[in-house]
Design a protein around this ligand. Structure first.
Ligand SMILES: C[S@@+](CC[C@H](N)C(=O)[O-])C[C@H]1O[C@@H](n2cnc3c(N)ncnc32)[C@H](O)[C@@H]1O
Length: 268
């Protein structure tokens, strides 16, 4: 899994994930508040980009944050330690083979992980096993089909499509946001609800122009350049024009929109 993982491990990717988490923290996490004294599983915590936002919002609860990558966990631990956050315990672990007892956690949080898994439904079923009755699971995912911008550019859409194809060829799904509701229902959760979180960026929001349009989204698409070209998914000039057009949408008269999906289900 790790060796052919499309993004998640390089230093640049760590910086991109941190930019994404920081500039979207309010939009995605203003309501990531769990009842006091909860034990919360954060599955696939990566370098702790969400952990450092959500754990301090829930100081009376305890987080157990797991990831399959020892390298990411090491980075997560040192950043949480540096920030003086004390309610998180990191553990190496695979979502599909967790050693926790049945119904161990009060709540579960899964952010930007399902999009990388070949079997997201099986992951949800595995997570459901360790969730208490009446506990909740919260999923946050993007959907690259939701990206649109001004000026419009077919080249940019083609470059984005390369990322979608490459993620698919690695067993993932960059269009998973739209599937959260059916996945939650199929996994057996009840009272499911999906809350779309749209990011709208124009030049009146310079932090989002820099943090989201440029450093999160465009950087991610740019990151697949070599694989897209060497895999003959796209002509080099078309890809580069697409990236140029994505950056163009971050100029003073440009606009960029993207929708994240936050899904919640109960284990009743
Ligand atoms: C894109 S990163 C997201 C990290 C973090 N949740 C965030 O939003 O910044 C996806 C993470 O899922 C982890 N992951 C992938 N498959 C996993 C599995 N089977 N069990 C646990 N973690 C897994 C990867 O190692 C990676 O750190």
């Amino acid at each position: 899994m790790q060796s052919d993982y499309l993004h998640g491990y390089s230093e640049r990717e760590s910086i991109r994930l941190a930019d994404q988490a920081n500039c979207l923290s309010e939009l995605l996490h203003h309501d990531s508040i769990f009842p006091e004294n909860s034990i919360i599983l954060e599955a696939g915590c990566g370098v702790g980009a969400q952990t450092k936002i959500v754990a301090p919002k829930n100081p009376k609860s305890k987080f157990i944050s797991i990831d399959i990558s020892e390298e990411s966990l090491k980075e997560a631990k040192s950043s949480i330690q540096y920030l003086g956050i004390h309610n998180v315990e990191f553990q190496a672990g695979d979502i599909f083979k967790m050693n926790f007892p049945d119904e161990y956690f009060d709540h579960i949080l899964v952010c930007f992980v399902l999009e990388h898994l070949p079997k997201p439904l099986d992951a949800l079923k595995s997570l459901k096993r360790v969730l208490k009755r009446s506990g909740t699971i919260t999923l946050i995912e993007g959907d690259h089909g939701s990206a649109y911008f001004y000026p419009t550019s077919n080249y940019a859409q083609k470059a984005i499509h390369c990322q979608v194809q490459l993620q698919k060829s690695h067993g993932g799904n960059a269009l998973i946001g739209r599937e959260l509701y059916p996945l939650l229902v199929k996994a057996g959760f009840s009272h499911c609800a999906v809350l779309p979180r749209m990011v709208y960026v124009d030049s009146s929001k310079p932090d989002l122009v820099e943090g989201f349009t440029r450093n999160t989204f465009t950087a991610m698409i740019e990151g697949v350049r070599e694989k897209a070209i060497s895999g003959s998914l796209i002509d080099e000039a078309i890809f580069d024009k697409g990236i140029q057009d994505l950056y163009r949408s971050s100029e003073s008269d440009g606009v960029f929109c993207y929708t994240f999906f936050k899904g919640i289900g109960y284990n009743t």
